[in-house]
Design a protein around this ligand. Structure first.
Ligand code: HEM
Length: 205
């Protein structure tokens, strides 16, 4: 069993690297010809990356027989929420100048914006209930059921991405394929638990 505190710190530092680099490049005016677009795209991609990583934790810990990996999931999930909030801020600020009416209209008119909003809104209760106190308050079963919504957030995020790209759909399709594989794993694990994990189920919560 590794030093969990150290592992958590390593993950946290890695989660903070992209925002540090983005901030540094922005400070040095190195975000290219359209810095606002660059910031929107970068934060959008990071949201999906961290969401996918947080979803990969459970399959990995079961397949590799590393139960302690679960302790790293919260940092990854909260990082997804953090980058998602920045992404939303970029849109609300740079695209819409904080005009709520225009944001509402855009959300209803453009399916890709609607899906982005849906993905983000689904992440809000998950972030709020991510503390140990909230896990205790909700109870393990209810908490787990609620947190299955992370799949909805990821699926809406992938569709949002797929709909907004004009020609080259390879990257959103790659994210979609990983998500489908993770879902297949979860379904297999539900019905055939012994075939999907290396260590006995009672040792892996
Ligand atoms: C909160 C509501 C959201 C809004 C209003 C929003 C809006 C946008 C906009 C305007 C763009 C740029 C579109 C373009 O240049 O044509 C974009 C790109 C993107 N968004 Fe969102 N988004 C939201 C939530 C999300 C979420 C939750 C995710 C991930 C789960 C996400 C992932 C992405 C990705 C991956 C891109 C494209 C990045 C790239 O082109 O490299 N977005 N979003």
């Amino acid at each position: 069993m590794p030093d969990i505190k150290f592992a958590k710190l390593v993950v946290l530092i890695n989660c903070a690297v992209p925002i540090t680099l983005l901030g540094w490049d922005a400070y040095n005016h190195r975000l290219g010809a359209n810095p606002l677009e660059f910031a929107t795209h970068t934060t959008g991609t990071l949201t999906l990356v961290f969401l996918t990583l947080s979803l990969a934790v459970t399959p990995l810990r079961k397949m590799l027989g590393l139960p302690w990996l679960i302790q790293l999931r919260r940092t990854l999930g909260l990082s997804a929420f953090f980058y998602g909030s920045l992404h939303l801020l970029c849109y609300v600020w740079f695209d819409k100048a904080f005009k709520l009416g225009a944001i509402g209209q855009d959300t209803l008119k453009r399916p890709f914006i609607f899906l982005g909003m849906l993905s983000f809104l689904v992440m809000v209760p998950l972030a709020i209930t991510s503390t140990n106190k909230m896990v205790r308050r909700l109870g393990g079963r209810r908490w787990n059921r609620l947190h299955k919504l992370v799949y909805l957030a990821a699926a809406a995020g992938v569709l949002h991405y797929y709909l907004l790209v004009k020609a080259d759909t390879r990257i959103p399709l790659a994210f979609g394929s990983v998500l489908v594989l993770l879902l297949i794993y979860r379904i297999l694990h539900k019905f055939f638990p012994s075939s999907t994990q290396r260590i006995p189920a009672r040792q892996v919560k």
